[in-house]
Write a protein that binds this ligand. Structure first.
Ligand code: AFP
Length: 322
């Protein structure tokens, strides 16, 4: 099995980007170890703090965020970082070539129940004409990502990553401490009979999504003429990983629970990196209005509607909005 660095060189990834990726992965290896320690690592439970998104921060989120931030800012490779857990971007080295956005611990409600969690990251080139401490540096469309990936802290620790030459799977080999390539150029099947959505929000959705999901639930007695299965992990990393492995549609649609905040997922920390991974694997990643990676961000914590996964199923879902 190929190690990470030769696999990246095969995809013509520049050496400084390989070094940055290795830096990111060093932090994820540490998080993976701490996650595996569970209660023994004394990282369970909530702090009294609330993060910028208004959710109660778990202690492990704090630990993971600090780890990521410190290791990236010390590396010299990054001009700034932006984290789901920070109010603003944080300046790094003024000469750093890249900027990194990350969700240090996605699926934080799963921490206390020893269930699936992960780290999501997205890398852009740093604009030269914007100062390191300026959030505007991060206002770049997902289409300009040079690398995106996630590390899933599951029964095995997996890295799923793209640098624009396909989406590849790696597994952390604990015997030598490195990630090994286990599947190159993953392909998402175009058709599926599986969907992922938080059904408890059904009554708050817009009519097109209500109608689409109703037709899936009607199964072989409805217009789709086939049965659909449903899965919901409550961690996007877990749900998207399943979609990458065996197909499916994942959606967090607009809802009216909080009229001032119709979307839940974050463009920079969740939607864009997952969109890059899925598109590189032959899938689609959309909102009901267009391609996620075409969105020009207006703020670093922007939230968006997400409809992504198997190509034909995403297109079918979008046809309900026309
Ligand atoms: P947290 O990381 O803040 O727990 O949020 C996880 C998440 O953003 C995404 O990973 C899940 O798909 C989604 O929220 C789960 O949302 P529900 O709370 O509606 O299940």
């Amino acid at each position: 099995m190929q190690r990470l660095a030769p696999a990246l060189r095969q995809d013509n990834v520049p050496l400084d980007l390989i070094s940055l990726i290795k830096t990111i992965l060093a932090a994820t290896k540490e998080i993976s170890f701490r996650v595996s320690q569970g209660h023994l690592g004394d990282v369970m439970g909530s702090t009294l703090d609330e993060n910028i998104q208004g959710e109660v921060q778990k202690q492990l989120d704090v630990v993971a965020n600090e780890l990521f931030k410190d290791i990236l800012l010390e590396s010299g490779f990054v001009k700034a970082i932006s984290s789901e857990e920070e109010d603003h971007s944080v300046a790094g080295d003024e000469n750093g070539k890249y900027i990194v956005s990350f969700d240090p611990l996605d699926g934080s409600s799963n921490i206390d129940i020893n269930s699936l969690i992960g780290t999501i990251f997205s890398i852009h080139e740093a604009p030269k004409d914007i100062a390191a401490g300026d959030d505007d540096m991060f206002k770049q469309a997902g289409d300009k990502q040079v690398c995106a990936g996630y590390v899933l802290y599951g029964p095995s620790t997996m890295l799923v990553m793209t640098t624009g030459s396909g989406t590849h799977f790696y597994v952390l080999d604990r015997t030598h401490g490195g990630f090994l390539l286990v599947e190159r150029n993953v392909q998402v099947p175009a058709d599926t009979q599986e969907f992922a959505v938080n059904m408890s929000n059904q009554r708050f959705w817009q009519a097109p999504m209500q109608n689409y999901i109703s037709d899936l639930l009607a199964g072989d007695t409805g217009p789709r003429d086939k049965n659909f299965n449903m899965r919901w992990i409550a961690a996007m990393v877990g749900d998207i990983h399943r979609v990458l492995c065996r197909g499916g549609i994942f959606t967090y649609p607009a809802d009216s629970r909080k009229p001032e905040q119709p979307y839940k997922l974050r463009l920079m920390y969740e939607a864009n990196p997952m969109a890059f991974l899925l598109e590189q694997a032959g899938g689609l990643a959309m909102t009901s209005e267009g391609r996620i990676m075409d969105i020009e961000p207006n703020s670093i914590h922007q939230r968006v509607e997400v409809i992504m996964g198997s190509k034909n199923e995403v297109e079918k879902c979008l046809s309900y909005y026309k």
